[in-house]
Design a protein around this ligand. Structure first.
Ligand SMILES: Cc1cc2nc3c(=O)[nH]c(=O)nc-3n(C[C@H](O)[C@H](O)[C@H](O)COP(=O)(O)OP(=O)(O)OC[C@H]3O[C@@H](n4cnc5c(N)ncnc54)[C@H](O)[C@@H]3O)c2cc1C
Length: 365
């Protein structure tokens, strides 16, 4: 049976949900207030590291679990897209300067506390200088200690957005770019709201957490996997993208300010980058950007149904890419359920799901 859907927001979640619905034969209208490149989304700015273990030191176990499942799901999801998207599962390297060894001790202690089942394949290991040099020859003799998390991955965020758009264009879905939309204005039987922070008028608990990143291109330093530099003031990551491009990020500021990156943040990010390798001093700055991560008070994602025709997928915070495939599956499970049975036996259905705490029936919404 074909159902009429309006999907609001064509960032990461909106594109994924709209494509799945269109491919399942439903009628889909997808709206975004920005253009087809996704430049108005948090997804466009993100580093798109898929790092459940590195994130586990600051995140709830639910995020780690969703991340593990999603990491395994990304390659099959990417295979269904019309063009190849850069994806690799080559691990994360955690480094620190000698004066910051306390940060490393704290990080390792948190990793040790993690349920071993959650640590995943390969877990993590401590490295000496020579082992670091073998993994990343460009950093030869620059760091004497490190941690290696071999199971972690990353992908090209902008490549995914473009490939999803091209996939959508090959379906019957109608794509409405530069079109601001709200649930009460959408004409469809069902509305799936994936507007990230743009959904705040209807979901007051949402907040934006500002993140600033710098994109540089370096001909002199070749890193092959994301590096995280532990630091008491400005921990940074350096995420390599195709073509010698690196995303350096990210600040984490409790504000919904969407103005351009500040001088202070640029100085912190770039000086930390320079401290990893002085040859980054000759890298070219391609772009500095700022966006807000859409977050709920507990920093956990949620899929909310209002008991009528509105389903909201939101709160992906700093983990959108990490958890997107699992969130997509969970959202589709709810859509199938409410189309078939409405609110009947809601609680027992919820309890049977892989991630019951993701779902909320909020008839006040
Ligand atoms: C600096 C930074 C770094 C990040 N790094 C990572 C990382 O390494 N790994 C990771 O997993 N995650 C990362 N994230 C998080 C990730 O980008 C987000 O979790 C993810 O993009 C959320 O997806 P979303 O679809 O919910 O929201 P978005 O991607 O923000 O998409 C929402 C869309 O809704 C549209 N919209 C809003 N309001 C309206 C309206 N009224 N009408 C029509 N359209 C509207 C917007 O234009 C936008 O396109 C990072 C985020 C930032 C900001």
């Amino acid at each position: 049976m074909s159902v009429d859907f309006a999907v609001l927001g064509a960032g990461l979640m909106g594109r994924l949900v709209a494509l799945a619905l269109a491919r399942a034969g439903h009628s889909v209208d997808l709206y975004d207030r920005g253009g087809p490149e996704g430049e108005a989304s948090a997804a466009h700015v993100a580093a798109a590291m898929l790092a459940p273990l590195a994130e586990s030191v600051i995140s709830e176990p639910l995020v780690v679990r969703l991340g593990r499942v999603s990491l395994a799901r990304w390659p099959e999801l990417l295979r269904t897209l019309p063009e190849q998207v850069f994806f690799q599962q080559n691990g994360t390297l955690i480094l620190w300067h000698p004066q910051d060894r306390d940060q490393a001790a704290l990080f390792s202690a948190r990793l040790r506390r993690l349920d071993p089942a959650l640590a995943g394949q390969g877990g993590w290991s401590e490295l000496r200088g020579r082992e670091i040099d073998r993994l990343e020859p460009a950093l030869s003799q620059r760091f004497s200690r490190g941690l290696y998390l071999p199971g972690e991955g990353q992908l090209d965020n902008r490549g995914v957005l473009i490939a999803l758009r091209h996939a959508l264009e090959s379906t019957a879905a109608r794509l409405h770019w530069n079109t601001d939309m709200a649930p009460e204005r959408a004409r469809a039987d069902w509305i799936i709201d994936c507007r990230g922070l743009g959904a705040k008028p209807e979901w007051r608990a949402l907040r934006g957490v500002r993140g600033e990143v710098v994109r540089v291109c370096s001909k002199d330093v070749e890193l092959t996997r994301p590096i995280r530099l532990l630091h008491p003031r400005y921990p940074i990551y350096i995420a390599p993208k195709p073509g010698g491009v690196y995303v350096i990020g990210a600040t984490e500021l409790e504000t919904e300010d969407l103005s351009p990156a500040s001088v202070r943040s640029a100085l912190e990010l770039l000086s930390a980058l320079y401290s990893v390798h002085p040859a980054f001093g000759e890298a070219r700055i391609l772009e500095m950007s700022a966006q807000c991560r859409p977050a709920l008070p507990d920093n956990l994602p949620e899929i909310r149904w209002n008991g009528r025709r509105l389903i909201q997928v939101n709160g992906l915070y700093r983990h959108g890419f990490l958890i997107a495939p699992a969130m997509l599956d969970a959202a589709l499970a709810l859509i199938r359920r409410v189309l078939g049975h409405g609110a009947e036996a809601w609680e027992s259905w919820r309890e049977e799901q892989a991630w019951p705490s993701l779902y909320r029936l909020d008839e006040a919404a």
